[in-house]
Design a protein around this ligand. Structure first.
Ligand code: ARG
Ligand code: GLU
Length: 717
């Protein structure tokens, strides 16, 4: 009998272990904490194969792409893959009416046709190092936070300098575990990165914002770039003399496909998570911040939708803006739902109850941690109010396009009779170029309606002490009629009309400053900002600093309380390893989603009437002919799959890797039911969404006729 109980307990334990795919682990510590578990789950390689300082390892094939994505090297000649939505800015930049690469795709048929991208860089991790001891050796518990920060700042500068002296590398130090540890990163940055190819948006963005964050998914979300270096294989700015970069390591591509349950690993740069927040903070996010931020964006989305549906020209103008607004909007909706469903607040409260009991159990713990939670509670009660108004400023007032024009023109308000003509002319020139660019994608009816509705929402939802003079003017002079006030503003303001701005600039002198600063939109902007500085900023920063200290202590306490638990640090856009398996899930009771999609689903969604689902003719022909070449499997063409790797924003473009270290696909999204994983991970519900690499190769080869690119790669069968 005892034995059965023991077996039962063991099996419960193993099921728990097998399910727990949570975590974004530090490559440096895989050997210490993860490799055994990874190998138990099927991984065939060693920790050294993933991260090694002395030998080429997988980490050398995985650079940061641009400022917020990940990418993967797939050839000995600098060929790089990332997501379509990560290369979107560059693709758009190269697009014009004559060469509409967004709509039609683009493929360089030889290296001479590849397109340079000023401003784009990829960043390789050379090595990382735990520098906690060096940074904190002179720090004591008795010190003030300012003293602590100064020591850390000075030591950091010293270490960074030492790490790169005499090299072309860059270094940075980042805090981990909420300031309990620090790591140094040495990086090599390449700035000649050329566009090699992209599918049309009808493939690369198939499903658009409708399918975004959703499964089942059929998006061919990839684009192809090439990294160039100088003759010595070192980073160099764009030059015709540059040659394709030979990476220390490139990833081989698996042609085997994936099965339910297969081991998968994601190597990449997750941006931000907040897994160790106390219940008070999670409660605010779920019940206060997210609902208002969602409502504010919902309003903007409705207004854009209304106008975009009326006019194809407006749809093009606003497509990128719309994608940006709707991406976070949709994520927050999923996040709030997920937190509620998971009972995240209650779970955190339970943890806190245990923490308090533990802290109260010994005098020395009590001295250190006894008041921590009540301090949290006190601080968050205040923080909630400040963050609420801040959300209405950032997601509300500052989301108005005319306000962004004002912010851009604000530099002119500093001009006076002493400013030189050269200075004024330079400002005018920059602003003229900017104006020209900005108003290409500006449609006044959208901005105007947004202005009116956002002001209404602001007025309705914020404390009266934050209602600046403009709001009082609306109350008194306009008798609360926001529409009438908006009509007046959009009639009068120069910031909502390209022509008015150009006229204003062309005759601008220091005498024009008066007109600038009395413009009703300028007035509104200045009022809000002044109010923020006077009423919010200082107090809020103070509260946040207090919470930062509590965060650090709470994390320390949690680790002390559970000495056998292995904690992973929150994401901070440094390289991490997540691992899990190809896995289906149940989005709701009675419904099971398979872990794979195929091209059949693309054809099912096909609808030439709907922009997001307008399948290209050529793709339909390939489908009809079942012409999948070596990329198909059993007469099927797989497109995407889900797995239980813990990922977040920044992991876009990350290689999803099999047990042998070969490339299975590119991570590009998460499922809607799982977006709360930035705050609390749920092994039952959280899935990352990957583009099957075979579909990308099929598009490159069969759809685009750029098979020479596939030839460059090393395929593993
Ligand atoms: N949800 C993905 C991410 O967070 C993709 C976003 C781009 N796609 C889109 N339809 N807006 O970045
Ligand atoms: N699309 C996201 C990105 O650009 C990845 C999805 C996620 O948030 O997990 O990083």
């Amino acid at each position: 009998m005892k034995k059965i109980v023991l077996l039962y307990l063991l099996s419960v334990f193993f099921i728990r272990v097998a399910l727990a795919d949570e975590g974004m682990w530090l490559p440096l510590f895989l050997n210490k904490y993860n490799i055994e578990d990874m190998q138990k789950k099927g991984f065939k390689l060693t920790a050294e194969d993933i991260y090694s300082v002395n030998n080429a390892s997988l980490k050398d094939a995985v650079p940061i792409f641009g400022r917020g994505c990940t990418s993967v090297m797939v050839s000995n000649e600098g060929l790089l893959l990332t997501n379509h939505h990560c290369g979107y800015g560059q693709i758009q930049e190269h697009s014009s009416v004559e060469h509409d690469y967004l709509t039609n795709g683009f493929w360089a048929m030889n290296k001479a046709q590849e397109l340079p991208n000023p401003g784009l860089a990829v960043t390789f991790l050379v090595r990382m190092e735990d520098v906690t001891e060096q940074l904190l050796s002179d720090v004591t518990d008795e010190m003030s936070e300012e003293q602590r920060a100064t020591i850390i700042r000075n030591k950091s500068a010293e270490l960074i300098n030492k790490a790169v002296i005499g090299t072309h590398y860059k270094a940075k130090i980042k805090p981990f575990f909420l300031g309990n540890r620090y790591f140094l990163f040495v990086e090599e940055i390449f700035t000649d990165v050329r566009l090699v190819g992209t599918p049309p948006s009808a493939i690369g963005k198939f499903g658009g914002d409708t399918d975004n964050w959703m499964w089942p998914r059929h998006t061919g979300d990839f684009s192809v770039f090439r990294v160039y270096a100088d003759k010595n294989n070192k980073p160099a700015d764009y030059s015709q003399d540059n040659v394709p970069y030979k990476p220390k390591k490139f990833m081989k591509v698996s042609m085997k496909g994936v099965q339910q349950g297969d081991f998968t690993m994601v190597l990449g740069y997750p941006g931000t998570t907040q897994e160790y927040l106390p219940s008070y903070a999670v409660d605010l996010i779920e019940k206060l911040y997210n609902p208002h931020k969602i409502a504010l964006r919902q309003k903007r989305i409705d207004i854009m939708n209304f106008e975009m549906e009326k006019s194809p020209a407006v749809r093009i103008q606003y497509s990128a803006k719309y994608a940006g607004v709707s991406n976070s909007w949709k994520k927050w909706i999923g996040e709030s739902r997920g937190l509620k469903r998971l009972k995240a607040v209650e779970k955190k409260q339970l943890l806190e109850k245990n923490f308090q009991a533990w802290a109260d159990s010994k005098p020395e713990l009590k001295a250190k941690y006894g008041n921590l939670l009540s301090e949290y509670e006190k601080n968050y009660a205040e923080i909630g109010k400040f963050q609420h108004i801040t959300n209405f400023i950032i997601e509300g007032i500052f989301s108005i396009e005319a306000i962004s024009v004002v912010r851009r023109f604000e530099i002119l308000s500093e001009i006076n009779s002493e400013t030189t003509k050269e200075h004024i002319d330079a400002d005018k020139k920059t602003l003229l170029t900017w104006t020209d660019d900005f108003f290409k994608d500006y449609y006044q009816p959208i901005d105007k309606k947004t202005f009116e509705e956002i002001l209404k929402m602001y007025s309705k939802n914020v404390d009266s002490k934050y209602k600046t003079a403009t709001f009082q003017l609306i109350d008194t002079k306009y008798k609360g009629d926001f529409n009438k006030f908006t009509n007046f503003v959009y009639e009068k303001s120069i910031f909502v009309s390209k022509q008015k701005l150009i006229d204003f600039l062309s005759t601008f002198s220091h005498k024009s400053v008066k007109k600038l600063v009395s413009d009703p939109i300028f007035v509104l902007f200045l009022e809000i900002r002044t109010m923020y500085i006077n009423e919010i900023d200082a107090k809020y920063v103070q509260l946040q600093n207090a919470v930062n200290v509590l965060d650090r202590k709470y994390m320390q306490g949690l680790i002390e309380m559970n000495p056998n638990k292995i904690y992973y640090p929150d994401a901070n856009f440094t390289m991490r390893v997540s691992y899990g398996k190809v896995d289906d899930y149940m989005p709701k009771n009675g419904v099971k989603y398979l872990a794979f999609t195929t091209i059949d689903g693309i054809i099912e969604k096909d609808n030439p009437e709907i922009y997001d689902y307008d399948v290209p003719q050529k793709l339909k022909q390939l489908y009809e002919a079942k012409d999948y070449g070596k990329y198909g499997q059993n007469g099927q063409m797989n497109v995407c799959f889900t797995a239980s790797n813990h990922t977040t924003g920044g992991n876009s473009g990350s290689p999803v890797i099999d047990a042998n270290g070969n490339l299975l696909g590119l991570n590009f999204d998460r499922n809607w039911e799982g977006t709360m994983s930035d705050i609390m991970y749920d092994p039952e519900q959280c899935r990352n969404i990957t583009l099957d690499i075979r579909y990308a190769l099929f598009i490159i080869d069969k759809f685009a006729g750029a098979g020479h690119l596939v030839e460059e790669m090393e395929l593993v069968y």
